[in-house]
Design a protein around this ligand. Sequence first.
Ligand SMILES: Cc1ncc(COP(=O)(O)O)c(C=O)c1O
Length: 454
Amino acid sequence: MNDQVKYVLDESRLPEAWYNIAADLPSPPPPVLHPGTGQPVGPDDLAPLFPMQIILQEVSTDRFVAIPEEVRSVYRQWRPTPLFRARRLERHLDTPARIYYKYEGVSPTGSHKPNTAVAQAYYNKAEGAKRLTTETGAGQWGSSLAFAGRVFGLEVDVFMVRVSYEQKPYRRALMETFGARCVPSPSEETNAGRAILAEHPDSTGSLGIAISEAVEAAAPREDTKYSLGSVLNHVLMHQTVIGEEAQQQLEQAEDYPDVLIGCTGGGSNFSGLVNPFIGRALREEASIRVIAVEPAACPSLTKGQYAFDFGDTGHLTPLVKMHTLGSTFVPPPFHAGGLRYHGMAPLVSHLKELGLIEARAYTQTEVFAAGVEFAQVEGIVPAPEANHAVKATIDEAVRCREEGVSQSILFNLCGHGHFDMQAYTDFFAGKLEDHAYSEDEVAMALAGLPTVAA
Ligand SMILES: Cc1ncc(COP(=O)(O)O)c(C=O)c1O
């Protein structure tokens, strides 16, 4: 028996359409509201920021949306991605569980992020944009948009959360290698950045602040659009190639998952894996356990309030209903930079409210311990974000052992950690702290939630 079984799909099995869970939901998620009027936003409100095809995808209720051939032809550089059966991990844990992982680290930038970056760059180029602005946490998203922008001939400006800019210099170098400009956020380049620096000169930054800067840098310029790497419906939909491929690969394995697991920052890699499975369960009136895993230091799904809130700290975005810690909350500087966001995707939040998914939170040191355990048996060093999913998978596999049940577990290994080795070095040196988030700061941030008429 092979130590590790790899399920690969032929290029001809690359999905032809993205899956849109909006088509199968028992009730639609609440609308997105204009911050000024409190009324649902229309396409024209979003047109300064996004190309029309993306806006239409954002509100689409079609079950499938065709993937343009130009996007599929770039996907083919690394897709379909492999699905592994983690037999060595199963043996190591002495579990009767069957553990599978979908590995997105084989993309050009090492994570799932290019799945949407390529699509967004394509639509922007097709509608005449010359330049894109964006934010990035750990730099996975910024480097992916830098790559995609280069492929389609777009200029890319990235506002990178300052703590990650300092912790992960090689991600910045990667963005610059692809020709993008990378600015530490908060910066002096925007009103939003200057306002934060005036009050907190040593601000470590946050995704909420970087989003404000990127939106501000895009809105007034005719040739520039804004691109978001998570949270919005169209981003989650672009990631569903992950779950669609996994379904075909599990058919090869003659198996089907009892438990699905993904880490959640804004919710895109999680949704990309799980939505096709949840959709199928909804259509067949079957049930499937789905677990979203987040950091204990930024626990939007497990500790946040389900309310209308801004997507950014400077309050430039529309209002979305989501699990939020408050848009002004600045999470402590833990290493999973991609999970330092105050809110959760409205669609993921809606699934949680409908009872279709569970959520749990882990501390930084316990997820790194799980990541090291995984790397030592499986030979892949996960990104710090992905370590959250690894930890939950190990816990579920141990539960299977203790309960004596042989379940099938599938998790998304959404990226490798090759640019995060300093975090591993700090972990080995005992320097990683388990930051508790400040309950007072969350209370203060939640007190500032916008008032929305019922
Ligand atoms: C490797 C990796 N995983 C997860 C995330 C979190 O984003 P999302 O929840 O949208 O997948 C990020 C974000 O930067 C990331 O880089």
